[in-house]
Design a protein around this ligand. Structure first.
Ligand SMILES: CC(C)(COP(=O)(O)OP(=O)(O)OC[C@H]1O[C@@H](n2cnc3c(N)ncnc32)[C@H](O)[C@@H]1OP(=O)(O)O)[C@@H](O)C(=O)NCCC(=O)NCCS
Length: 166
């Protein structure tokens, strides 16, 4: 039986950069793509802990050892119709050994508190359809939408920017 009190959830600091990278690598492995996360500690420091952060993190860790067991990464979005910023949950991960102990909920609650503190009224995220985390998000109060996600990556983005057809 896992004792939830033996874990803390706290905002990450710059000294956590390597740990945050390791959490992202663990999430990539969960998605069946070990080694696919190329983010570095320098990236995390630049975008998370510079003068104008683009991303925010909270860490879950074992109090006794300081071992990281989960994290959440957030970034800002924007609701054009509302004319208000939104908060996007980019990544959420809890180590398999401690799932079911409420850490995912605590990380999401930290994110929600951060959102409300900034006057943000909507949080959003994407979850793939095979992932049981869909039920987790529903338990958090999220409504799973049926719309489609679209993405454009580097080569096609360059072509689009150059005004040529893909
Ligand atoms: C999704 C994840 C973060 C949940 O973390 P967790 O610490 O196990 O979740 P919690 O213990 O806080 O659970 C909170 C609630 O969600 C429910 N829940 C959690 N996982 C669930 C699942 N797989 N199916 C159904 N319900 C689930 C719990 O029953 C609990 O409900 P309750 O509070 O009403 O009792 C964790 O399973 C995980 O890291 N999964 C792998 C990575 C991943 O899928 N990340 C999301 C990518 S979009």
């Amino acid at each position: 039986m896992i004792d939830p009190d033996s874990f803390a959830v706290r905002p990450a600091v710059a000294a956590d950069a390597a740990t945050l990278v390791a959490q992202t690598e663990a999430l990539a492995a969960f998605h069946g793509k070990p080694g696919a996360a190329t983010v570095t500690a320098a990236d995390v420091l630049r975008d998370g802990f510079g003068p104008h952060p683009l991303i925010w993190f909270w860490l879950a860790e074992e109090r006794a050892t300081g071992r990281a067991v989960g994290y959440i990464q957030l970034c800002q979005g924007y609701a054009a119709w509302l004319g208000r910023p939104t908060l996007v949950v980019n990544n959420l991960f809890v180590d398999e050994s401690v799932r079911g102990a409420g850490l995912g909920r605590r990380l999401m609650a930290a994110a929600a508190g951060f959102a409300r503190g900034r006057g943000i009224e909507r949080m959003e995220l994407h979850v793939v359809d095979w992932n049981p985390a869909r039920q987790f998000y529903e338990a958090m109060g999220f409504q799973v939408m049926k719309d489609y996600r679209c993405r454009i990556e580097r080569a096609a983005l360059d072509r689009l920017a150059a005004g040529t057809q893909a």
